[in-house]
Design a protein around this ligand. Sequence first.
Ligand code: AMP
Length: 338
Amino acid sequence: MLNYGINYKERKIMNENMKIILDKIKEYDRIFIFRHFRPDGDAIGSTKGLARILRLTFPEKDIRLLNDDFSDYLAFLGGEDEPAPDEDYATALGIVMDTGTATRVSNQKYSLCKEIIKFDHHIPVDSYGDYEWVEEHRSSTCEMVAAFYNAFKDELKIDKEAATYIYTGMVTDSGRFRFREVSPETMRLAGSMLELGIDTDALYANLYMKDFDSLKFEGYVYKKIKISKNGVASVYVDGAMKEKFSLTNEQASSVVSYMETIKGSLIWIAFIDSGDGSIRVRLRSRFVTVSELGERYNGGGHACAAGATVYSVAEMKKLLKEADELLKEYKETHEGWL
Ligand code: AMP
């Protein structure tokens, strides 16, 4: 048995939650699995990883991944299942993964399911579903899937394909095992997936390789980055920039990662014109908590990686000003940051 690196009470709650989920899975013949929209590696990895484990273990059950959108970047992990008729939902157990708030579920028909389980690692802003297993200290939902598998490994089946999905989410959501949520337990669980023979060369090639054109866009963005008085780095990808480089929303959104290594810029923010009157905000930080800032602008997320939505350039500037004040206060009251 793995040592979970948490105290007895927390471990007891975790074990109870995992047992409820396994019992519910056993109870239902039909299980539909959902995730958040604009999927990332963790959303796709956790849903596909759990689905694969369940299909291997319970081949007689009807297990489907039913989500409305997809990611080009993560297309190498494969797609979703065909949409299901509404009446099928009524007899299904719905498992919603990696999704903190109900409004962010990709396929809103999830609510038609007979019973719903929330299976997530985000700070719980919004409660939904009949059962919740939420562990915000986890570096990814995939880490929870790995823990779930390891807790019941005598009963569940896994293979290299499932392990690859799970490991991909663990790698991507933890910033390649860099973020503060990464614990000794994360590494043990990642190790348990690696033991199944994942092709890490192929995985990292898929995650890192870029088209030459996207490098040109990257160079352009570097010139557009602005630094506020107290060090907040930001860039706004407006409609014109998207058109100039023929960018999808997903490609435009990736600019947030270009700013993560600027010394003194402990907060960095990408604003992306969504083309529908709203501007997507991607907030990132080192040391400073930015999730509350996101919550004030229709969003939320983790302490150092959050999201928000604003509806005008004026609101964008207001958010930036608040971020600048937050960073000023942080720098004045803390030492040792970079
Ligand atoms: P993103 O910048 O979209 O990758 O989001 C960073 C983190 O914040 C992810 O864990 C998201 O799930 C979360 N997040 C992003 N947008 C929102 C939102 N509008 N409400 C709640 N959480 C969000």
